[in-house]
Ligand binder design. Structure first.
Ligand code: ZN
Length: 196
């Protein structure tokens, strides 16, 4: 079932979501919700979807970066972003920590709740996330590159934050103009042209 995705301005996107108990996670309702979120994310298509984006203030997000999504991205851009395919998984009640060798990197990103727009967003290159999985079991994720960016973006949703809170606001761009002017350009050049 494809669930409707809510857009910026919807109050739920600005709320702190509540944690789920392991027992709740194993319930039929949440297991069904996970399936629906997977279908909705694939249908969008997107590489991540957080429960607040379908109107539920729960600390749950689904993530999947499929190889087929990489067809439209050049090998050079994939390497630059350290973007690798990653399997479907569920991240619940996450606590995020920057890695010790914290390095901030910047790329354009978008969001299913702000369709048609992109902006340059600084994020940690690598993070460690403590969370529960789809069965309610504890899990530690050490992520770097694009996957670390996806995790940070999705976990922000669970705290009521959107990428527009972190972006270089002067880089905010429609998809059309992003493709026309900025996509594939070295970030240093983008920043100097935009004055950000
Ligand atoms: Zn988003």
């Amino acid at each position: 079932m494809l669930l409707p995705i809510v857009h910026a301005g919807e109050p739920v996107l600005r709320q702190q979501a509540r944690a789920l108990s392991p027992r709740e996670i194993r319930s039929k309702e949440i297991q069904k919700l996970i399936e629906h979120m997977r279908e909705t994310m694939r249908g969008a298509p997107g590489v991540g979807l957080a429960a607040p984006q379908i109107g539920l203030s729960l600390q749950m997000t689904v993530i999947e970066d499929r190889k087929e999504y990489h067809k439209e991205v050049s090998a050079e851009q994939l390497a630059l972003r350290e973007r690798r395919a990653g399997p479907f998984h569920v991240v619940i009640n996450p606590r995020i920590r920057s890695a010790e060798d914290d390095q901030v990197i910047e790329f354009f990103e978008g969001c299913l709740s702000l369709p048609g727009f992109f902006a340059l967003v600084p994020r940690s290159r690598s993070v460690r996330v403590e969370c529960l999985d789809h069965r309610g079991h504890s899990k530690t994720i050490d992520a770097s590159g694009w996957y670390a960016r996806i995790l940070q973006h999705e976990i922000d949703h669970l705290r009521g934050n959107l990428y527009i809170d972190r972006m270089h606001s002067r880089s905010f761009s429609s998809r059309e103009n992003w493709e026309k002017f900025w996509k594939g350009k070295p970030i240093g050049e983008v920043r100097s042209e935009l004055g950000c």
